[in-house]
Every structure is written in structure tokens, then in C-alpha cells.
Design a protein around this ligand. Structure first.
Ligand code: 9D3
Length: 239
């Protein structure tokens, strides 16, 4: 998968993108990441990328020209791939959107800053718009990294065999139950006996029950779109 990111702050990407799973994905050739500084494509002497809004009201707006210049120079005019704007007005990102993106061979992410981008960018360059949730960020860069992270870990081979993406809690549609590791007792707090029993059928059953109960408690909305089996309903109702 190739992802081209257009941003005024390309330097914030490598510390995260070059760590852990995303680093491995790049080394394995699963992810080819292009970082492009929009400022490099501003043609005036001072490489200005923002300006005051028509109509007043304060704040600054990202100029169309440097954005078109950057995207069309790198991707061609018009680009033949999805150009996704990260903005508070986008459709809210979730595991389904991540999965859809992970199937694309190539897409571009455009990171908004300031109060937003000139509307002509949205009208004539952008093909999709994504928000990562209902809270206010400083710009689209963190959102772009969230989107890349969630999409890349779904690529076959991006995770170890053990932690297959199919096992993710949001893939099952349920929250995960509790996890424990050594020691068996810490400050007098113990690990549930069932996890040390070696009875794998019983452990799987207990984990399913914990996941169901935790989801019912914390995210009942997730259970609404679930087809629970008779066994699941029994697990939810028993202690
Ligand atoms: C004070 C004006 N803001 C009203 C709430 C508008 C505003 C413009 C630009 C607020 C934030 C931003 C910068 N945010 C993003 O570019 C952004 C974002 C976000 O803020 N929340 C969730 N997802 C995203 S994706 C990009």
C-alpha cells in the first residue's frame, strides 16, 4: 500500500511511523509512505500557505494554490486515486472505514490546519473527508497517523501470526475482557484460577463471557448490531 501525506508539518510523522508495527510494515514493503510539505509548493517568495478568510471572522484559511500544487505535482492532474481530507466535517472514522482503506493500493491524505482549507480544495480536489471523532484537534496530522495505523495493521502480514487482526476486539465487535501476565500474585491480588487451569475450552468460554459482560456494561451500543447466540445470552445472564 502506498500512502502520500500532504501536510505543513511532515516532521511530526517519522517518530511514530518509524516505530513498532508501522516501522516493520515499511521494512517489509507493505507500506510505502510519502511525506510532502505543502509549503514546498508555495510559489511566492515567502512560501505563504495561509491567508485571511473572505468575509472576515478571524483565524486563517489554508490557500488552495499550494495544496493543488503539491497534490498535482506528486500525483498528477487530476489525481487518479482517493484524496482524503482529514477534517472535523468528515465522516467519522471506524474499523469499517479502516478496513475499506486497507484494501486500497494507493491513497492520499491531506492534513488540514488553521480554521480549515479553502472550499475549492474540497470541491475540486478532495474525494473523501474523514474525522476521527467529536473533539477538537489542532490539525489533521494526528488524525492521519490514526488512519494509517488502523489501516496498515489490517494488511496481511503486518502483525505477527499470533496477534492476527481478526482477533482484534473491534473485529469481533466486542470489547476485550481482562488480560493478566506473571506474577500469579501481585500485592495480594491474584489471577483468576480458570486462566491457570490449562482447560482451553473453559478459558475460551470464560473470555467470551468477560468480553460480553464488559461490552454490555461499557458499550451496550456495540451489542445492538450483534447476532448473539443462545450460548452468548446464557453467558451474559450467568455470573
Ligand atoms: C475554532 C474553530 N473550530 C471549531 C470547533 C474549527 C476547527 C477547525 C480545524 C477545529 C479544529 C480544526 C483542526 N482539526 C482537524 O483538522 C481535524 C480533526 C479534529 O479536530 N477532530 C477530529 N478529527 C479531525 S481530522 C482533522
Amino acid at each position: 500500500m502506498r500512502v502520500d501525506v500532504f501536510t505543513l508539518f511532515p516532521e511530526v510523522f517519522p517518530p511514530y511511523m518509524d516505530s513498532s508495527i508501522l516501522k516493520r510494515a515499511q521494512e517489509a514493503g507493505l507500506l510505502d509512505l510519502g511525506l510532502h510539505n505543502i509549503r514546498d509548493y508555495a510559489t511566492d517568495k515567502h512560501h505563504v500557505t495561509d491567508d485571511e478568510p473572505y468575509g472576515g471572522g478571524g483565524g486563517m484559511v489554508m490557500k488552495a494554490e499550494p495544496i493543488f500544487g503539491a497534490v498535482e505535482t506528486v500525483l498528477g492532474a487530476p489525481p487518479q486515486i482517493p484524496v482524503i481530507l482529514l477534517s472535523p466535517q468528515g465522516r467519522v472514522f471506524d474499523q469499517r472505514v479502516a478496513s475499506d482503506l486497507s484494501r486500497l493500493p494507493h491513497f492520499a491524505l491531506l492534513c488540514g490546519r488553521y480554521e480549515g482549507v479553502d472550499e475549492r480544495v474540497r470541491e475540486h480536489l478532495v474525494t473523501d473527508e474523514i474525522s476521527i471523532g467529536d473533539y477538537v484537534l489542532t490539525g489533521g496530522e494526528l488524525a492521519a497517523m490514526v488512519v494509517i495505523d488502523a489501516a496498515v495493521r489490517l494488511l496481511p502480514g503486518a502483525l505477527g501470526a499470533e496477534n492476527g487482526a481478526a482477533n482484534d476486539s473491534h473485529a469481533s465487535g466486542l470489547l476485550e475482557g481482562p488480560h493478566y501476565t506473571r506474577p500469579p500474585e501481585f500485592r495480594g491480588w491474584t489471577v483468576p484460577e480458570v486462566l491457570k487451569s490449562g482447560d482451553h475450552a473453559k478459558i475460551a468460554c470464560w473470555r467470551r463471557q468477560q468480553a460480553l459482560k464488559r461490552t454490555a456494561e461499557r458499550r451496550p451500543d456495540l451489542l445492538d448490531n450483534q447476532d448473539l447466540s443462545e450460548e452468548d445470552r446464557r453467558l451474559l445472564d450467568s455470573d
